[in-house]
Design a protein around this ligand. Structure first.
Ligand code: HEC
Length: 128
């Protein structure tokens, strides 16, 4: 039994160490008060197009022109049409765009004004 416990412990450790870009680990870091922030641009008719333009300028180089994701060697830039993105709240996405997930290679976009980050989120939520 001791031995089994030991093996399980090592397995757990290996899984933790392998937490990497693209596994959604960042979601666990979002504080509760940020998760529920509503997107003031959710129903703005101009937001999807405005967001698409900002995406082409700042995000497509890593995530692909259609947000289809890109893997270059060890660099995994996730596809943004995923179930995870559909299930993420606007507040969670806003938190990620503001803080980034820098150890995994996602920059912080806090230099973009708040309205631009919300427009990006409206665009991401409009993806098929
Ligand atoms: C330098 C490359 C790079 C750029 C530029 C970049 N990203 Fe990322 N992005 C990443 C990486 C790497 C991850 C994975 C982070 C992680 O899993 O911790 C990521 C994760 C994400 C996620 C979460 C995806 C998921 O499934 O968990 C979203 C949403 C996202 N990026 C949106 C954007 C937007 C919007 C922009 C432009 C403002 C952008 N990214 C620019 C590299 C980049």
């Amino acid at each position: 039994m001791r031995r089994l416990a030991h093996i399980l412990l090592m397995l757990g450790l290996a899984v933790t160490l392998c937490a990497a870009a693209g596994d959604g680990e960042w979601l666990r870091k979002v504080p509760a008060k940020d998760r529920t922030r509503p997107n003031p641009y959710a129903t703005d008719p101009d937001a999807p197009a405005a967001g698409a333009k900002i995406f082409a300028e700042h995000c497509a180089a890593c995530h692909g022109g259609e947000a289809e994701g890109k893997t270059e060697g060890k660099h995994i830039r996730p596809n943004l049409h995923s179930d995870r993105l559909k299930q993420a709240t606007p507040g969670e996405l806003f938190w990620l765009l503001t803080n980034g997930s820098q150890k995994n290679g996602m920059p912080s976009w806090s230099r973009l004004p708040d309205p631009q980050r919300w427009q990006l989120i409206t665009f991401l939520k409009s993806l098929p």
